[in-house]
Design a protein around this ligand. Structure first.
Ligand SMILES: Nc1nc2c(ncn2[C@@H]2O[C@H](COP(=O)(O)OP(=O)(O)O)[C@@H](O)[C@H]2O)c(=O)[nH]1
Ligand SMILES: [Mg+2]
Length: 222
């Protein structure tokens, strides 16, 4: 019982800080997109290509979350945008970003410096989806190399997401992958979740992904 109470109070505190983040985003007119997926599904590569395509249109910033290293932030550095790296290793190696970590990271940006913020969450299909960050949109990424069953095994992320990017589509000829089955599995969890198949390698689907981002920014808040 005591343990349940502790978890409830951690979540309540997280939600409180997430609300503060939401207010910060509103006040500073920043639209924030949280990318969540398992390690290696292509978050950083998708970010590299997305930022390259959008950085002349919007003032973009990125928060990189990882347990250790600044390797992903280092990959984005050539793009010349403001970057903040969060390492959860010194704080017990959390497998997710929390609202408080985002709150702290926001101090790393100068006022007015960003209007579109991407968060690359810690690579994990489970924990990140449990923690509200106060962002406008949550985006799940699932690479086709991970199999068709993941939406059923890890439903929370797919229930929570506003969009699913089905990544690494260029690998389709090399895999025994059932496109229809993955979509059926997604529909069982979240019937209305939009799915955009993409390949960061060939650029497939990026026009639709970019259009989605711009449309969401126009639509504004949830
Ligand atoms: N074939 C293929 N490989 C990709 C694609 N996107 C990423 N990768 C590779 O997948 C690996 C993991 O990508 P990364 O972006 O680091 O994934 P993250 O851990 O989710 O950030 C790297 O070796 C990438 O080069 C893609 O669209 N197609
Ligand atoms: Mg990464």
């Amino acid at each position: 019982m005591a343990e349940i109470k502790v978890i409830q109070s951690i979540m309540k505190e997280n939600d409180r800080v997430a609300e503060e983040n939401r207010q910060w985003f509103d006040k500073n007119r920043v639209f924030t997109i949280n990318l969540m997926s398992s390690p290696g599904s292509g978050k950083t590569t998708i970010l590299e290509k997305t930022v390259a395509r959008l950085k002349d249109r919007f003032k973009i910033g990125v928060i990189e979350g990882d347990i250790y290293t600044s390797a992903d932030a280092d990959r984005l550095r050539p793009l010349g945008i403001p970057l903040v790296q969060i390492n959860t290793g010194p704080f017990g190696g959390d497998c997710h970003l929390s609202a408080a970590m985002i709150r702290a990271a926001l101090d790393g940006f100068n006022p007015g410096e960003i209007e579109l913020l991407f968060i690359e969450n810690v690579g994990n299909l489970v924990c990140p989806a449990e923690f509200e960050l106060g962002v406008e949109r949550d985006v799940a990424i699932l690479s086709i190399a991970e199999g068709e069953d993941k939406p059923l095994k890890y439903p929370l992320l797919f229930r929570r997401a506003h969009l699913l990017l089905l990544s690494k589509m260029d690998l389709l000829p090399h895999l025994q992958y059932d496109r229809k089955l993955v979509e059926e599995n997604v529909r069982k969890i979240n019937p209305k979740l939009p799915i955009i198949p993409v390949s960061a390698k060939t650029g497939e689907g990026f026009d639709s992904w970019i259009e989605w981002i711009v449309a969401q920014m126009k639509n504004g808040k949830k």
